[in-house]
Design a protein around this ligand. Sequence first.
Ligand code: SAM
Length: 246
Amino acid sequence: GGTRLDIISIFPEYFAPLDVSLIGKARERGILDVRLHQLRDWAHDVHKTVDDTPYGGGPGMVMKPEIWGAAIDTVIGDGAPRMIVPTPSGRPFTQELAQELAAEPWLLFACGRYEGIDSRVMLEYGARLRVDEVSIGDYVLAGGEVAVLVMVEAIGRLLPGVLGNVHSAVDDSFAPGAMRNLLEGPVYTKPPVWRGHEVPAVLLSGHHGKVARWRRDEALRRTIANRPDLVAAIDPETLDKRDREL
Ligand code: SAM
């Protein structure tokens, strides 16, 4: 039962947040089966060394292939999980990829540190498993652990039974369908006036059609302001006259 997630890292303690909140509850309920592995358990010298100097020279250290190979072989056995390797040089992590990964029964995350993992590891397992090198954004983290937390949270909330309201994910920014290339607009709750700031009247009108139209307008405005790259990707067929005026 549940989606199996194996995570190999030299800092399994980084994953303590997976005990909390939505993901913690999903684990308790058997929707997610998270298994953490300490990479150093497969390093056999006295110092439990997992890295070495890079061929070709240069600064930093590279994670050794033999140790990753031994770890992955043990974790997967005869199985074939889909393998995800976080790296700033990977394909972008998107809501679409999160959806795709949420449909997999078994994922294996290999967390790099230092200058990353010897490339032959991805080559070796790429022949047996589906392997994706994935980046969570155009910046450089110190290790893959935080990137994996980001991916697990994005994937986990899409699994059936994780979100209290099945519709919560439908209106999200980047959600498939009408919001495909749109950011979600502003949201409000009670009271209707706070420090002199009023909630937009249309939201109090009870008119579902007008509310939906207003939300789409605001989504488009916000996308134009913050993400011109997304606006360029909107299919013009999906825009009406009013959208074009925004
Ligand atoms: N030299 C590498 C490069 O420029 O591509 C950077 C390595 S980074 C210091 C160490 C590790 O952090 C990577 O192996 C990867 O696991 C993780 N990492 C850093 N930035 C990331 C990002 N934007 N997305 C996913 N993982 C990232």
